[in-house]
Write a protein of this length. Structure first.
Length: 366
């Protein structure tokens, strides 16, 4: 058996969720963890039995035993930390979004291409059980021709760390964008977006973005399907939701609109509730339990973790794809070009909103 992929994790709030998954994966070894808060770092090390601890990311990148890093740091650090990892010869996985500027996206793509290392954006929705279920329906032909897709992500961010304050909604849109592009296997070519409502002047001053809600229409490249995406972050009353709807010629799917509802399938005009199956059987036996269990189980926690292992059971699927991509010497399913497109469409959508709904072309990143 080949040597396991040796992984270091930086960012241990949300990132701690992935520690036991890497520890249990048969082709991975969790070597080190990194967090600036030394006391919290040591506590996490004791909890999970990790001995190699770094409070400086730069030091972790110099560790020759580490093959790959998984970045779960605050959004403003994503681009630099990904580029630094790739330039240091490490494979890099990074939570969403890839970056918040087109320039930084290009820097990551360039670093990945130059280094020859694997880069993966760890977008959860396209590995959720709901998306895997819809994807199987579509690939099997049961849905018929795909006619329209839409995504939405509503989340109140009041009280979150300072960099979130006033963030343009579409800068963090990949949870809503990704299923719309992944299902038809198409890239976004151009986008038109309108802002709606207003947030407080104190929030708006941070990024110069006044909108409470942004809604975009996306033209896909070489496809007759159109996608729409809606996103809100502040001062909009709504239970947390990440939803994805797909409308086909023969069969359509609509995500639940609240935590207590089930998805709906439409055959013609007839709707039926469905129990979406788990897809743990697509994973190595040792990590299957993580589609339905979390380190946060039983705690007062975020809606995304209530779904089972966070974000629809996606976390072990993400780890498995990243580890396999590194082991196989290939780019990941959500590699640099795909991650760039899924992230850039949100950045371009916000530009469109600021310009009053003008169509904006999404740059090609290769």
């Amino acid at each position: 058996m080949a040597r396991p992929v040796r992984v270091g994790i930086v960012g241990l709030g949300f990132g701690a969720e992935f520690i036991p998954i890497y520890q249990a994966h048969p082709e991975a070894e969790l070597v080190a963890i990194c967090r600036r808060d030394r006391d919290a770092l040591q506590a996490t090390g004791r909890e999970f039995g990790v001995a190699r601890l770094y409070d400086r990311y730069e030091d972790m990148l110099q560790d020759a035993d580490i093959d790959a890093v998984h970045i779960n740091s605050p959004i403003p650090l994503h681009a630099k930390q990904a580029v630094d990892a790739l330039n240091a010869g490490k494979h890099a996985a990074c939570t969403v979004p890839m970056a918040t500027s087109l320039e930084d996206i290009q820097h990551i793509v360039g670093a990945a291409n130059a280094s020859g290392r694997t880069y993966m954006m760890m977008e959860t929705v396209v590995y959720s059980r709901e998306f895997l279920y819809v994807s199987d329906l579509y690939r099997s032909g049961e849905m018929g021709r795909l006619q329209y897709v839409k995504g939405a992500h509503h989340q109140e961010m009041a009280g979150w760390p300072g960099y979130w304050e006033g963030l343009p909604p579409m800068y963090y849109a990949t949870h809503a964008v990704s299923p719309c592009l992944c299902l038809p296997r198409a890239k976004a070519g151009s986008v038109c977006c309108l802002g709606s409502g207003r947030i407080s002047p104190q929030l708006a001053a941070h990024y110069g973005s006044p909108y409470a809600v942004e809604t975009a229409v996306i033209k896909l490249v070489d496809s007759d399907v159109v996608a729409s995406v809606t996103r809100s972050l502040f001062e909009t009353a709504r239970e947390y939701i990440e939803s994805f709807d797909a409308y086909g010629q023969k069969l359509s799917f609509e995500s639940p609109q609240t935590a207590v509802q089930k998805p709906l399938l439409y055959r013609g005009e007839v709707a039926e509730e469905v129990d979406v199956p788990d897809f743990a059987d697509r994973l190595p036996q040792t990590v299957r339990r993580f589609t339905t269990s979390s380190i946060y189980d039983g705690a007062e926690t975020h809606r995304s973790f209530v779904q089972g292992s966070g974000h629809g059971g996606s976390h072990p699927h993400l780890v498995h794809e990243f580890v396999r991509a590194v082991a196989d010497g290939r780019q990941a399913a959500i590699g640099p070009a795909t991650a760039a497109n899924w992230t850039a469409v949100g950045i371009c959508a916000h530009e469109s909103a600021i310009r009053g709904g003008a169509w904006v072309d999404v740059p090609a990143f290769e």
